[in-house]
Design a protein around this ligand. Sequence first.
Ligand code: FE2
Ligand code: FE2
Length: 203
Amino acid sequence: MNYFYKSLDNYEILDILKDMPYYNEWFNIVKGILESKEFQKRRLFFHHENECLWTHCIRVSYKSYLYAIKHKINAKNCAIAGLLHDFYTKAWHPSEGLEQLEDKYREKLEHPRKLKLKEMHGFNHPVQALENAKEYFPEYMNERIENAIITHMFPMSLVNETKWPKYRESFAVWYIDKYISWTNLSSNPKNLSKYFGIKKKNK
Ligand SMILES: [Fe+2]
Ligand SMILES: [Fe+2]
């Protein structure tokens, strides 16, 4: 695959996954998103600790896909929702790579202000991700994928307009995102606040 940006990680997640079960089936579903320049900008976003957002979203997507096959849930919906669940625009951790992008991606970092609860990253990023997904990848969207994206931080989604996970895909992506995020952050219980988008990663 042609990459537009150098990843912040020291490895390529797709190279790691490529020999895993159902990889080709999964890849064919999400290929158009992965190849887009807009989605590849997430290679320059830090997400949890030192893992970039590109890697996190791919992990959640692929693992949600496997989980869905095992539990007879719609696997295509899970692959797409998993990939786009954190497709937010405004980076909330600094990284040098972000300087390659337009100002809007650094807005939160360069112009910090006191935020209301529903504007804080942990509450707001699923809303941003859904708006963005509908803008850039409308052909991939459906009601079930949209619900999975916007409720992936449930119960924090109770402050959003769409409050409740309604479909099995939503619960699958919710569960896999929690599992993967917690695996990354569990070395220190203090990291929980980072997961909920209340505290930033260590500089
Ligand atoms: Fe998220
Ligand atoms: Fe996530």
